[in-house]
Design a protein around this ligand. Structure first.
Ligand code: PRT
Ligand code: MG
Length: 217
């Protein structure tokens, strides 16, 4: 069996924060995705290559076996559904939280108490739907693909569900966090067939990632 492995990563924080984990597994990525337009990167291991895809596409590449494994945020995995994916390790990287935010002046608590129907803009419709349903809050969800923070400022929505890390994006746009939905970190995702067929090559890397991620906690 061909033991060549493909790892799917997204540019930016996931790539940057996965590099130390790869180094811990003795693997060095020999090209920088910020400097090159290449979508397939070589590594110091001739049997391992890295493909650069959109963060939200990582689970899809791994699900279909176009990549054997990848790194994806819990936010992305919850929206994808995780079908066909084995998730052996919480890597404890790219950490943030998912929250509900509204414009500074908007009385969210009283709107909820009065049973108002709220318009909520978000990229995370699955998580948002479950969150508000569990609280018994009636919402109309508006699907966006980015810049959710703009929603309340231009009257598109009453609230947003978005990821927050330092809080500076919310502050810069006069928004305040009113509810904390969940903590987010990135997971290693592995194609289930690859795990069986390429275990000899894959397992040591999974183990090295697991060991290195314990230090991130
Ligand atoms: O950018 P693109 O549309 O291609 O995709 P993406 O936004 O999903 O990718 P990327 O690389 O930005 O994020 C990859 C993963 O990093 C996400 O899936 C999360 O699991 C994780 N992560 C960790 C974050 C953040 N922190 C984060 N702060 N993802 C996004 N943000 C954004 C947030 O949406 C908001 O716009 O940063 C802004 C808030 O940051 P603060 O520091 O101002 O609070
Ligand atoms: Mg982004």
């Amino acid at each position: 069996m061909n033991q060549t492995l493909t790892l799917a990563l997204s540019k930016g924080r996931i790539f940057d924060e996965t590099l130390p984990l790869l180094e811990a597994a003795g693997i060095h990525v020999t090209e920088d995705p910020e400097k090159s337009r290449k979508l397939i990167l070589t590594t110091s291991d001739p049997q391992l290559r890295v493909v650069i895809v959109r963060a939200s596409d990582v689970p899809t590449y791994v699900q279909y076996g176009a990549a054997d494994f990848g790194v994806a945020g819990k936010d992305v995995l919850l929206e994808h559904g995780g079908e066909g994916l084995y998730q052996p390790v919480d890597l404890q990287i790219a950490k943030c939280r998912m929250s509900v935010a509204v414009q500074a002046g908007f009385d969210y608590a009283s709107a909820v108490r009065q049973g108002a129907r709220l318009r909520v803009a978000t990229k995370y419709v699955q998580v948002a739907r479950e969150h508000f349903a569990a609280k018994g809050v009636h919402v109309d969800l508006i699907k966006l693909y980015g810049s959710m923070e703009l929603g309340p400022l231009v009257g598109l929505s009453d609230a947003i569900v978005d990821l927050v890390s330092t809080g500076s994006t919310l502050r810069a746009n006069h928004l305040v966090e009113v509810e904390h939905i969940m903590e987010i970190s990135s997971r290693l995702v592995v194609n289930q067939a690859a795990l069986k067929l390429k275990r000899e090559k894959l397992q040591p890397i999974v183990d090295a990632f697991a060991k290195a991620s314990l230090r991130e906690k």
